[in-house]
Design a protein around this ligand. Structure first.
Ligand code: ASP
Length: 436
């Protein structure tokens, strides 16, 4: 029963946060691997160490004076060490790094020093062994993970030590140079490590008590979801709910390792469990998410239904321009193709011209479309959800422009005008989740 536990930047922003992390980690000896992000924001106005390092790199690259930024980084690390009286001469590492600062310092290396130094501080504070991520996570030159070698390294490190602290966010290429993951990548580090040791649980600690059932900027005090399947999470994330780095799920899902999202500031809250088999949910709908800025290409041609291959021909024109398609609602003699506006920014004119010419169809483009996803494993084979959606939106005089449900019946997508977006999310939350 081994647990991998990852702490995000807000859990590591100050000496006070470090103390909370220590209490959490030491309260359960099963926490075998501790993954650290870099020092995060102490308050809204503060800047993350990772952001400072990116700025520092830009200053170096363009030969702009960088002393002020370097001083900010230096004093933040030193401040945490001194406040906690940690027995690790971080000054030496900082001085070494300072000597390395020059115009050509690789960005990946410099930015990864945030996690590197933060995790070393944490290891010393906990009294655990520190293992560099560059000796564990091995990447091929094409950016794919060398799974075999990584697993071998991780297993060895775990067998040699009782507990280890590992920096998140990076690994190494075969020549030993640092490979930085994309932003938020410490989530992925934790997930890969959990996979390597076949952990019984992957804990991911942040500053919220789990995934909220809707965006709190649109809905007043949405509840936290207690259990959600990987598939539900994917639907909600795809539709805009920002929870974990999108590559986090795959390594743990493969082995059915649950992820538990927890709040460092309220460790008593159970948070959200993400796993394959979830208990029946309290509400039929698990969560609601959505996005604005979609366009609908409406294509109409008399007797289109008699032309075999018409839809294929139409869609191949979108493929030609590399446009990814979200939905294709169809009528008898018409169909629509819904795409993200960003996908067709540069090619809309050409697309319409080709569609008209090659299909001999009338084409009009409708903008300002928003999509809202109602997601819930409890919806499958259940009647009445659509009725409730229509009733709710009907009462608010919100016009439904599109309705789509996938074969898994895990989600219902509703297309509305962008101006109705906020009201759609909040009224659906009230009728489908809050009042149930
Ligand atoms: N510190 C990095 C970032 O801010 C990676 C992480 O926190 O996961 O993106």
């Amino acid at each position: 029963m081994l647990v991998v536990t990852k702490f995000g930047g807000s859990s590591l922003s100050s000496a006070t946060q470090f103390a909370k992390v220590k209490n959490i980690v030491l309260s359960d000896p099963k926490r075998k691997i501790v993954v650290c992000s870099a020092l995060g924001k102490r308050d809204k106005e503060d800047t993350k160490i990772t952001d400072l390092l990116y700025i520092l790199h830009a200053h170096l690259k363009y030969s702009v004076p960088y002393k002020d930024i370097w001083d900010m980084i230096y004093t933040r690390f030193l401040g945490v060490k001194e406040e906690l009286g940690i027995d690790y001469e971080i000054k030496n590492d900082l001085d070494e790094l300072q000597k390395e600062l020059n115009k050509n310092i690789p960005q990946d290396y410099l930015v990864s020093r945030g996690e590197y130094l933060t995790s070393k501080l944490m290891a010393a504070y906990l009294g655990y062994s520190w293992v560099d991520a560059k000796d564990l996570l091995k990447y091929n030159y094409d950016g794919t993970l060398d799974e075999e070698l990584t697993q071998k390294n991780v297993k060895l490190a775990v067998s040699k030590n009782n507990q280890i602290v590992v920096p998140g966010f990076y690994g190494a290429y075969p020549n030993g140079s640092v490979r930085l993951l994309s932003r938020g990548g410490s989530d992925v580090t934790g997930s890969i490590l959990a996979n390597c040791i076949n952990a019984s649980l992957y804990e991911n600690w942040t500053d919220v008590s789990g995934i909220l059932a809707a965006d709190p900027r649109l809905v007043k005090e949405p509840r936290a979801i207690d259990y959600i399947t990987y598939a539900e999470l994917r639907e909600l994330s795809y539709m805009g709910a920002s929870v974990l780095h999108e590559e986090t799920v795959f390594p743990v899902q493969q082995l059915n390792i649950p992820i538990n999202l927890k709040n460092t500031n309220r460790p008593e809250d159970i948070g959200t469990f993400i796993q394959n088999d979830c208990p029946a949910s309290k509400t039929i709908v698990t969560g609601i998410a959505g996005k604005k800025d979609f366009l609908s290409f409406n294509i109409q041609k008399d007797h289109m239904s008699n032309e075999v291959g018409f839809l294929r021909k139409g869609l191949s024109i979108f493929e030609r321009y590399g446009v990814s398609i979200e939905h294709t609602p169809t009528g008898i003699d018409s169909f629509s193709v819904v795409v993200a506006a960003s996908q067709v920014e540069k090619v809309q004119y050409e697309l319409v011209t080709d569609l008209k010419k090659e299909l001999g169809a009338n084409v009009n483009v409708e903008g300002d479309l928003a999509l809202v996803a109602v997601v819930g494993r409890g919806m499958a084979k259940r009647s009445g959800v659509c009725a409730k959606i229509f009733e709710t939106l009907g009462k608010k005089s919100i016009n439904v422009k599109l309705l789509a449900q996938g074969p898994s019946e895990l989600n219902i997508i509703i297309g509305i005008s962008s101006k109705d977006y906020e009201e759609t999310v909040s009224s659906l939350y009230d009728s489908l989740i809050r009042n149930n």
